[in-house]
Design a protein around this ligand. Structure first.
Ligand code: GLC
Length: 744
């Protein structure tokens, strides 16, 4: 029986250097709408032609940005008939939070603190992707983000390595299914290795300088978890990490990823990252760039055009590129194609693709994910849930309330806006005929100062209706609110303001949204504020003046239906914040897991002009229920450095309705061989409790939860010490106990 190994050996033994270079080259394949202005610097006419000829002569091993099954089959045929050895193409794509059925954005799914929901959502995304012929997704994005000016915070799981690792594992499992290559699953490609979220000033693509302690204790853990979960691919970051560009960083991709972590999959560069080694001032020219990237362990180059890896034959000839490195890269790419069954079944069933994309069950999964991602930030006097029987008129206000495109958020391309349910549509459908639900935009949309790279795909920029008269509209919105029983105001960022190349220098609500909100509150009509966002925004005024605030994120295809179910109490919000929510951008970076420093009692007053505490803490989220915690205990007062204690706690739903709570466990080491954070998340469980129901939960706290990478000894250590344990509903939990760890 031919093994994968022998099949690969056979192929490699026949391949020329040019054919090997081809297998290691992945091209974007852009068929832009007529007249579209490319967001990147390439010739929109010439580029697809160049790619097709490369495909037809074995000059490309993979393509991205093709999602139409017929087109995928056409290009696959071109490849199979074109290259001498009949090696099929691998199709990759950014299926970040859904392909046709759009899930809530990843930061929203992280806010669910519900690995099962996340896994289920990404398994739907994988099913749709594979059905159209995509074999590999450039996800999960697992970059820790501690600076919300950085727009890509929306794509990840926030500031915390423990939550980030749990979310990464759930996504890899969702995408890849039980094992790599199973039908209806795709290769998961955690990205961007590594440290991308630490961009200087929150400016996307800019340099990153992180200490080893930050790398090993904060930024690496989600990647390690994704690799341990069996991810088949890893994507490089763009930027220099401590002066070494990711694309040429042998320490990252060979020493850490492969030799230390045992990663067996293949590495792809981010877009043009190999050629960027020249731009960055690291490589002398494209041949040098190609040699240094492949020698570093970057198997495949993602390029728009003029690929550096096309110069690999030259680099091999000169001895600059290691033949062993090149063959090892080709091996890993061919193994992925064999594992995905592409040699046996390279084509996709176009009829079945249509069926799978139209599966209504997928929309339900997306709606439930949106319901479980929402975070209730304020609910004074229990204004929520609304009682449809006592409300006869609802004013829905703001342009985002009825924007299909913004409801599904950034990083989506193959969506169906006709399927998308906006907040306004969701409220109208839920409130029923007896309730008047009117909408007023109130203000103009806000255009980005700089064009977005995604404008070239169309439908990316917001717009105002023709003849929009802002003063009249503003007054109309206020009058509508005044004449209604309740006003639902939707504020946030337009989806093209966040994501890649979308950093901001401010966290303020863009445009005249705050002014509109203040004018609506001024009418005296009770206001429910819905926040459509992917990063924390400056809500200081709202947090002091608006009774109910619900963060709905970009909730996806059926997001409006989910929001309506939450507003009317069909379901109770149970989400928790995956980041610390700063009061103002001047506090950034702000994290809960900070070290104990001088005068800790003044930790909250480090600035003279603003508190230095967050507006809302990491892990925070209210519910329609009320939860009480009691009987926190450890099963033993002390253990040795290799031992494990079991922490138990009783949680009670003291409210009058079924509700979810995310029970969080934080650990703090009082002393040891390095300064440790005042507390760190080391366990969580999302539970549903009926009114009056109590449940005792257990958490195991062992060496893995206690160890950390120590900058003095430059290795992992587990100190003997006294450990504090806090358990509660957010990172300010006060219910505490402790235990000792003695030297073994
Ligand atoms: C982009 C992003 C990366 C994405 C890739 C392909 O520039 O950095 O996350 O997967 O290119 O679209």
């Amino acid at each position: 029986m031919e093994t994968i190994q022998s099949q690969v050996d056979e192929l490699i033994s026949q391949m020329t250097p040019a054919e090997k270079a081809g297998q290691l080259t992945q091209y974007f394949y852009f068929r832009l709408p007529p007249g579209a202005e490319p967001g990147l610097d390439f010739d929109a006419e010439q580029q697809p032609r160049m790619v097709e000829s490369a495909v037809g002569e074995g000059g490309a091993g993979s393509l991205l940005f093709v999602t139409d099954p017929a087109e995928i089959n056409r290009l696959q045929r071109l490849a199979l008939e074109g290259n001498r050895l009949g090696i099929p193409l691998l199709f990759g794509f950014d299926v970040i939070h859904g392909l046709r059925t759009i899930l809530p954005v990843p930061i929203a799914m992280a806010a669910s603190w519900d690995p099962q929901t996340i896994e289920r959502g990404q398994s739907v995304a994988a099913r749709e992707a594979r059905a159209v012929g995509i074999h590999w997704t450039f996800a999960p994005m697992v970059d820790i983000a501690r600076d919300p000016r950085w727009g890509r915070i929306v794509e990840g799981a926030g500031e915390d390595p423990y939550l980030g690792a749990a979310v990464a594992v759930a996504q890899v499992r969702g995408f890849q299914g039980g094992e790599l290559g199973s039908p209806e699953s795709v290769i998961a490609g955690p990205k961007h290795f590594a440290g991308y979220g630490g961009a200087l000033g929150g400016r996307d693509y800019d340099e990153v300088n992180l200490s080893d302690s930050e790398l090993w204790n904060v930024y690496f853990p989600p990647f390690k978890a994704a690799v341990d979960a069996g991810a088949g691919n890893v994507m490089t970051a763009y930027m220099g990490l401590n002066g070494i560009p990711a694309g040429g960083n042998r320490w990252l991709f060979t020493e850490v990823l492969r030799e230390l972590w045992g990663f067996k999959g293949f590495v792809v560069s981010d877009a043009n990252v190999v050629r960027s080694l020249v731009t960055h001032g690291f490589a002398a020219d494209l041949t040098d760039a190609a040699a240094r990237a492949v020698n570093a362990g970057v198997d495949m180059e993602m390029a728009v055009s003029d690929a550096a890896y096309a110069h690999l034959p030259e680099a091999l000839e000169s001895g600059a590129a290691s033949p062993e490195a090149v063959d090892a890269s080709v091996r890993r790419v061919l193994e992925a194609k064999i594992r995905m069954g592409l040699f046996d079944a390279p084509y996709v069933d176009e009829d079945r693709a249509r069926e799978v994309l139209a599966d209504p069950a997928h929309r339900d999964v997306a709606r439930i994910a949106a319901e479980r991602s929402a975070v209730l930030l304020r609910n004074e006097d229990d204004l929520l849930p609304l009682d449809a029987s006592s409300v006869s008129s609802i004013a829905v206000i703001g342009p985002l309330a009825d924007s299909k495109r913004d409801t599904i958020g950034p990083w989506v391309f193959d969506f169906d806006l006709d399927e998308t349910v906006t907040v306004l549509e969701g409220i109208r459908a839920k409130a029923g005929d007896g309730v008047r639900v009117d909408h007023a935009r109130g203000i103009r949309v806000v255009q980005r100062e700089f064009p977005s790279m995604f404008d070239m795909f169309g439908r990316n920029r917001p717009s105002d209706p023709d003849g929009f008269d802002e003063e009249a509209e503003f007054q109309q919105a206020v009058d509508l609110a005044r004449g209604s029983d309740v006003a639902v105001v939707v504020v946030g960022e337009w989806q093209n303001m966040i994501g890649e190349a979308a950093s901001r220098s401010s966290l303020e609500l863009p445009g005249r949204q705050l002014e509109l909100l203040q004018a609506v509150v001024e009418t005296g009509t009770p206001v429910v504020l819905l926040v459509m966002n992917g990063r924390p925004l400056d809500l200081r005024w709202a947090a002091a003046h608006v009774p109910a605030i619900l963060d709905i994120w970009y909730p996806g295809t059926h997001g409006g239906a989910a929001v309506a179910n939450l507003l009317f109490g069909e379901v109770a919000p149970g989400g928790k914040l995956p980041f610390s929510w700063p009061r103002t951008v001047g506090q950034v970076p702000m994290v809960y897991a900070h070290a104990r420093s001088h005068e800790p009692e003044n930790q909250g007053r480090r600035y003279w002009d603003e508190a230095s505490t967050p507006l809302f803490p990491f892990g925070y989220g209210l519910s329609y229920g009320r939860f009480e915690y009691a009987n926190l205990s450890v099963d033993q007062p002390a253990t040795t450095s290799g031992g494990t204690v079991t922490v138990s706690v009783e949680v009670t739903n003291a409210g009058d309705r079924e509700a979810d709570e995310v029970v969080q466990l934080y650990l703090g080491q009082r002393y040891g061989s390095a300064l440790r954070p005042v507390r760190e998340l080391k366990g969580f469980q999302r539970i549903s409790l009926s009114p009056g129901e109590s449940r005792t939960l257990e958490f195991r706290v062992g060496p893995n939860e206690r160890r950390y990478w120590n900058a003095a000894v430059r290795d992992w250590v587990s100190d003997p010490s006294t450990f504090d344990v806090w358990v509660g509903g957010d990172s300010t939990a006060e219910l505490a106990t402790s235990f000792e760890v003695t030297q073994e």
